[in-house]
Design a protein around this ligand. Structure first.
Ligand SMILES: Nc1nc2c(c(=O)[nH]1)N[C@H]1C(S)=C(S)[C@@H](COP(=O)(O)OP(=O)(O)OC[C@H]3O[C@@H](n4cnc5c(=O)[nH]c(N)nc54)[C@H](O)[C@@H]3O)O[C@H]1N2
Ligand SMILES: Nc1nc2c(c(=O)[nH]1)N[C@H]1C(S)=C(S)[C@@H](COP(=O)(O)OP(=O)(O)OC[C@H]3O[C@@H](n4cnc5c(=O)[nH]c(N)nc54)[C@H](O)[C@@H]3O)O[C@H]1N2
Ligand SMILES: [Mo]
Length: 745
């Protein structure tokens, strides 16, 4: 399969047509035009402006990803016979893509310790089983996990249930995602989210994109980047991999771009994996040496500048070049563009947060922005480019192990109760506690806790220790096959656009969207809020200070959220005004910060040098064009020119140096696991580094986390490669290594 010369374009349009044929044109058109926030990334499309419209009002915004997600939710319902026919062992042989396309789950499903197959339960029995388990144990023997696709209303209710049940073991997928951004921004600026609006980004002169691949993962950001270039501004991309869509992109909804392509990166710099701190410290060094700093801003709005200056000027060019893998002349080019730009926005994604030094990475970016006063004024600032469409809202609602003091106080006053004070646990800590047998059950609101976890062997082992795991899901995923406890219960939920009541979602720009919902497509699945309330009522019975039946009204829930979540006051009026809004107190257009002193804080991050020996490669585990997290829609990765997923992309020089050749089959080994039958492929990636696809590669990722954010280092795994034995008569390569997870059955 040849690599494309630009991202986006006709391939995206052809895909739309194919999908329309699959589910019917009229059905798809209706779904695309419905007033619901887009289901995929957190750019926050849709809502009341209607599908295909962004926060700046631009229409039409077409995105292949949102189509994929919509079409997957519109597929046929799974019939009970499916589960009689296929055993759990057989489900384990399916790839993530095959599982996703089995169909929508429409009935509660259960498998006990002796069961070889899932069997259908009625709702009454299913809910009662969960309630019995939760009632029969101490509150800290259950943990609650949420993905980022559920609504604010469901998120709020889940954490309320958990706290009234009596535990702070509540967390969300952010711990495997942007937690480092929240922690880093919190420490430096006293906020946890973007300091800019979409309008700021649209108007900035320079966008520095670090460690992200929006061409695949946030396609709608590509129009914004294109517009920055068209206005004469610049885009700098910092990424070990040359991502073709960041070089050239054809925005499908822009005719000129579609026909001729749009240049995205003005400058493309390829550091080592984990080399960003060294690289950006080099940029800071030049800014300081040229005295291109905003002295007044530094004096009036920041603290710790002198110590920082000494640290940066004391860092040798040798350390900077070795740490980053980038030469001084290239670093000078970045500095030059930064110094000349009147306004700059720094945006980053998982290439920054998925490291043992994720928080240090984020704080390094903030330092650099502070130097030139690029925070706290219009058209400049910081943008963690979020993942799931409502992961930010799930965090705002308190689906976190530690509640903000104000939320805790508000809840206690409102409910006249004392909430549990015992400390909560992050996601990895919950998994480790499960492995040790310290928790007995888990309740997962969406997501795929197994598939998203590092060290798949460990994840299977940890979850299998639980007495009960409950998954609220729309479709089947690897977790249902591999992430089983002694008893596993799957409760089918309605997707956002099937909700009978309106829901809300928060975008990465802190903008709260109203989704109208829509008619249900299947008999069977229930609303997330309805399920959570029913469980809470059964578990807490008459010991509860709230009436759970009343709280099944989303309107009622929004009233409560408005009183309890700071910045969300306007949500209480939403049902009357239908006015979507920015969460108050998040965007900074003046240089006053939410830290105790009101000033931004400089940090002094240590500079990591590239880990590993000559024989090892640093491996990043990333998404392909055809997947959404652990859900794989298509096997091929069109932008990177890969027709399959069991490949390792590496620099040509490394292939030669290690005595390998292209398309040779190898076993990739790390400290925790190995995968065989992986094909070697040459790619434009900084030598010494390699790329494989998540979630399959999670067999290789150790469980070590960044001590500050508790996020695993998904982007930096040390691996060695050894050639696989191939029989003399050869073998069909395509058959080798197709199976996604090579664990013992
Ligand atoms: N289509 C689609 N859209 C999605 C998702 C999806 O799976 N599919 N997932 C959603 C979610 S939850 C998230 S969090 C986002 C993820 O969005 P991304 O962060 O863009 O996703 P990844 O594939 O993890 O890609 C990380 C990028 O970082 C680069 N990188 C890796 N290591 C380093 C490093 O050390 N330094 C630097 N500078 N770069 C590095 C990689 O080359 C890659 O281009 O996307 C969201 N949107
Ligand atoms: N190696 C490696 N591991 C990673 C990453 C990586 O880059 N590399 N990325 C990490 C990141 S950034 C993240 S965010 C996590 C993702 O972790 P999760 O959010 O836990 O996983 P997803 O794959 O997004 O979850 C998909 C499932 O959600 C369910 N679902 C879909 N829509 C809905 C809905 O509306 N409601 C409910 N209740 N369920 C729904 C479906 O059953 C689907 O199978 O993975 C992390 N793990
Ligand atoms: Mo994510």
């Amino acid at each position: 399969m040849k690599q494309m010369k630009s991202g986006g374009g006709w391939a995206a349009i052809r895909y739309t047509l194919r999908m329309a044929n699959r589910v019917g044109w009229w059905q798809l058109w209706k779904a695309m035009r419905s007033k619901n926030a887009c289901k995929t990334c957190a750019l926050g499309m849709g809502g009341q402006a209607g599908g295909m419209r962004n926060e700046a009002g631009h229409w039409p915004e077409v995105c292949k990803k949102s189509l994929q997600a919509m079409v997957a939710d519109m597929q046929k319902g799974l019939r009970p016979e499916f589960f009689q026919r296929y055993s759990i062992a057989e489900l384990r042989t399916l790839t993530p893509r095959e599982l996703e396309w089995c169909g929508r789950i429409t009935t509660p499903l259960y498998a006990g310790p002796e069961d070889t197959h899932y069997r259908v339960l009625d709702w009454e029995e299913a809910l009662e089983r969960v309630a019995r388990q939760l009632r029969g144990q101490a509150p800290d023997q259950n943990f609650f996990y949420a993905s980022g696709r559920s609504s604010n209303e469901a998120g709020f209710l889940l954490q309320l249930f958990a706290r009234l049940y009596g535990t702070n073991y509540v967390n969300n997928c952010s711990f495997y995602c942007h937690q480092a951004s929240g922690v880093g921004l919190g420490r430096s600026l006293g906020t946890g989210t973007a300091t800019v609006t979409l309008e700021d980004v649209e108007k900035t002169n320079l966008f520095v994109l670090i460690g992200g691949n929006p061409a695949s993962n946030h396609p709608r950001l590509m129009r914004t980047l294109m517009n920055i270039r068209r206005r004469g501004g610049h885009v700098i991309v910092i990424n070990p991999v040359k991502e073709i869509g960041l070089v050239n992109f054809r925005v499908p909804s822009d005719l000129r771009s579609l026909l001729f392509g749009s240049k995205i990166a003005s400058l493309y710099v390829q550091p080592h994996i984990g080399g960003d701190i060294a690289l950006l410290t080099g940029v800071a060094r030049i800014v300081l040496e040229q005295n291109a700093i905003d002295e007044r801003f530094l004096r009036e709005a920041t603290e710790g500048f002198e110590t920082y200056r000494t640290h940066v000027l004391g860092t040798s060019w040798e350390t900077i070049e070795r740490g980053s893998g980038v030469d001084r002349a290239t670093i000078a080019k970045i500095a030059d563009m930064y110094i000349r730009a009147p306004s700059t926005v720094f945006g980053w994604t998982m290439g920054i947060t998925h490291h043992k030094h994720g928080v240090a990475n984020v704080q390094t970016i903030i330092n650099l922005a502070l130097l030139r006063g690029m925070v706290g004024r219009p058209c400049a600032g910081l943008l963690p480019i979020r993942g799931h469409s409502n992961v930010q809202g799930i965090g705002s609602m308190g689906v976190t192990p530690v509640l903000k003091q104000k939320i805790l106080d508000n809840l206690e006053t409102y409910l006249h109760v004392k909430l549990p004070a015992r400390p909560g646990l992050d996601t990895m800590a919950c998994m480790k506690a499960a492995e040790r047998g310290e928790v007995r059950s888990a309740l997962c609101l969406g997501g795929n806790l197994f598939g998203s976890n590092p060290d798949a062997q460990f994840a299977t082992r940890a979850l299998s220790q639980l007495e009960l795991i409950v998954y609220l899901s729309t479709t089947l995923n690897t977790g249902h096959a591999w992430g089983r406890a002694r008893q596993t219960l799957i409760l089918p939920v309605r997707a956002r656009d099937e909700e009978p009541q309106a829901t809300t979602q928060e975008s990465m720009f802190n903008f709260v969207r109203l989704s109208d919902g829509g008619p249900s497509r299947y008999q069977g699945p229930r609303s997330e809020v309805e399920i959570i309330a029913a469980l809470a009522e059964r578990v807490l019975r008459d010991k509860s200070p709230v009436d759970w039946k009343t709280l099944t009204s989303h309107c009622h829930l929004r009233q409560m959220i408005g009183q309890i979540i700071p910045g969300y006051e306007k949500i209480a009026e939403l049902d009357r005004t239908r006015e979507e809004f920015h969460v108050a107190g998040r965007t900074f257009h003046t240089p006053r910060f939410a830290t105790p002193s009101g000033k931004a804080q400089f940090a002094i991050p240590a500079i990591p040098l590239p880990a590993g020996s000559e024989q090892q490669l640093r491996l990043m585990t990333v998404r392909s064009e055809g997947q959404f997290n652990t859900v794989v829609y298509e096997e091929e990765d069109i932008y990177r020119g890969q027709e399959r997923r069991n490949v390792i992309l590496m620099n040509h020089a490394d292939i030669q140096r290690l005595g390998l050749h292209v398309n040779q089959r190898v076993t990739v080994r790390s400290a925790v696991g190995s995968i065989s039958g992986i094909l070697v492929r040459a790619f434009d990636i900084r030598a010494g580094n390699a790329l494989m696809y998540y979630p399959e590669a999670n067999v290789l990722v150790p469980t070590t986390t960044d001590p500050d954010s508790k996020t695993p280092a998904f982007k930096c795994v040390l691996v060695t490669l050894t050639p696989d034995y191939v029989p003399a008569n050869g073998q069909d390569e395509a058959a080798a290594g197709r199976r996604p997870l090579q664990l013992a059955h």
